[in-house]
Design a protein around this ligand. Structure first.
Ligand SMILES: Cc1cc2nc3c(=O)[nH]c(=O)nc-3n(C[C@H](O)[C@H](O)[C@H](O)COP(=O)(O)OP(=O)(O)OC[C@H]3O[C@@H](n4cnc5c(N)ncnc54)[C@H](O)[C@@H]3O)c2cc1C
Length: 473
């Protein structure tokens, strides 16, 4: 374990100079996420640059056209501040519901949004409120800031100074809590501006905070609960895990949105319309729920004939180019590869030794319209444990194109197994999607875009849940 040096700047300029002098340094706010990640060996900053003495980041001030909340303001301070309650009570209400008093007194607004946990409350409030993030380099609209699981528009060494919250007429945040941590299984923030425009942001669905545009449009046209009656929340992407199916999360989003609007309009919330047949089936079937929770799946239409796709699948150079973060790959024996996958995001980087075994199960012969191939993958993530995935890839010729279906069943061992949860699946789902997106690009002869190193998420998220439980013991 490397030593991390503790630096405590007394001014913003000093903090910036420290970060510039030490490229592997990491800003430290309340340490609620960062220190736990370090304890678990997920990140190794050379220095902490503790922001706690920067008084300019600790202010809450009311300006003519916005409320300013500094990045180092704690949740507890937001929750009790009179100006916050007067300007946008929803922000105070949201902050008061975060975790428990200990965490609320050290966790900060800036740390929460910089972390962008996909189950955190602040991202939903900030996105719904149409806030602007002010950093040491620029101003970033909330719509551009949150970029998926633990990913934001922040550049290395860029610090959030604070957030500007514009005026609104009313707003409300509701979450269905994870009992252990009080993180949101799903949380919904609804805010209405002075022109009747409505913004609805949901957290906890899976890939990070998102807006529910259909609800916004419906409520913008008709500011009442019934405006939501005809919407299908199941059309909105969501993820399943051992805690809840995607369909249940979508249903929760609809229920919470109705309740939030009901709270703001004084109407009865009622219940969302019965879900569509397929979704209703998923909702009602516990067995399906469990199966769904453990299976990842997706499909892609590839602009190439089936035989070409098949050849590419068995081509190690294509595989190497398609695996996000793959730095080396060598052929061990026919259809068996050894790969090194290096991933990193923000403070975290990790190296995985991965073995991939391909088994052609149905080879395309003659004018075959179908083909099928199984992949068995094992990965070793050092002290964190190991994982395997069984992946089944089915190909169907569709005219000049090929439709590729994949399903994957990941399994974890060691520390990772104890920590496993839906966001391991979210991460694995993202990773798989990236793989097939890159595969499609390589197939078309394009260089794949630099992928987001999503294996990071597969580690990070379960660890977060672990320490939540740990702290609750
Ligand atoms: C048990 C538990 C339960 C929780 N429950 C909830 C909940 O119900 N809802 C919820 O929303 N949250 C919840 N949280 C999250 C918590 O409230 C914190 O907001 C979050 O962990 C961030 O912590 P922090 O402010 O201490 O930031 P740190 O951990 O210090 O930093 C987090 C990240 O942000 C970066 N960072 C910090 N400040 C800045 C800045 N000014 N500019 C740029 N980067 C910065 C750091 O470098 C680091 O990468 C919970 C946390 C725990 C441990």
């Amino acid at each position: 374990m490397k030593n991390t040096l503790y630096l405590r700047p007394q001014s913003l300029a000093e903090a910036q100079a420290m970060l510039a002098a030490h490229p592997q340094a990491q800003a430290l706010a309340g340490g609620q996420s960062l220190l736990a990640a370090m304890k678990l060996g997920l990140c190794h900053p050379t220095h902490w640059v503790d922001l706690q003495d920067l008084q300019e980041l600790r202010r809450i001030t009311l300006q003519a056209d916005h409320l300013w909340i500094g990045a180092m303001v704690t949740h507890a301070q937001v929750a009790r501040h009179a100006d916050v309650k007067a300007w946008c009570p929803m922000l105070a209400q949201l902050a008061a519901g975060i975790a428990d008093p200990q965490i609320r007194h050290v966790g900060t607004l800036g740390g929460s949004v910089a972390n962008n946990d996909p189950a955190a409350c602040w991202p939903a409030g900030v996105l719904a409120a149409r806030a602007t993030l002010v950093t040491t380099e620029r101003e970033i609209a909330a719509d551009d800031f949150f970029q998926g699981l633990f990913t934001t528009a922040l550049r290395p060494q860029e610090l959030i100074l604070g957030l500007k919250f514009p005026a609104s007429t009313c707003g409300h945040y509701l979450k269905f809590e994870q009992p252990a941590s009080r993180f949101a299984l799903v949380g919904v923030a609804v805010i209405r501006d002075h022109h009747g425009g409505v913004r609805v942001a949901a957290t906890g669905l899976g890939h990070g905070v998102v807006r529910w545009h259909q609800a916004e449009q419906a409520l913008g046209e008709r500011w009442e609960v019934h405006a939501l009656n005809d919407l299908d929340p199941h059309a909105h992407p969501a993820l399943s895990d051992v805690h809840a199916s995607a369909a249940y999360r979508q249903h929760l989003m609809a229920v919470l949105c109705r309740r939030a609007v009901a709270q703001l309009t004084g109407q009865a919330p009622g219940m969302p319309r019965a879900p569509a047949h397929a979704a209703a089936h998923r909702l009602s079937s516990t067995r399906d729920h469990i199966q769904d929770a453990h299976a990842l799946k997706g499909e892609h239409v590839l602009q190439a004939p089936l035989v070409r796709v098949w050849q590419a699948l068995l081509d190690p150079t294509v595989l190497q180019a398609s695996i996000p973060g793959c730095t080396a790959m060598r052929l061990v024996s026919l259809h068996q590869y050894q790969a090194t996958v290096k991933v990193g995001l923000g403070p975290v980087s990790a190296k995985f030794d991965t073995s991939v075994q391909l088994t052609p199960e149905l080879e395309p012969t003659g004018n075959a319209q179908h083909a099928q191939c199984a992949l068995h993958m094992t990965g070793q993530a050092g002290a964190l444990g190991s994982g395997q995935a069984q992946v089944l890839v089915r190909l169907h010729q569709e005219g000049a194109n090929t439709r590729l279906y994949w399903t994957a069943h990941p399994q974890l061992q060691g520390t990772l197994a104890q920590l496993g949860n839906r966001l391991v699946h979210a991460s694995a789902q993202r990773l798989s999607e990236q793989f097939f997106e890159r595969f499609a690009q390589v197939l078309l002869g394009e260089a794949p875009r630099r992928g987001i190193p999503v294996l990071f998420y597969a580690l990070w998220q379960p660890l977060r849940h672990w320490w939540q439980h740990f702290f609750k013991k």
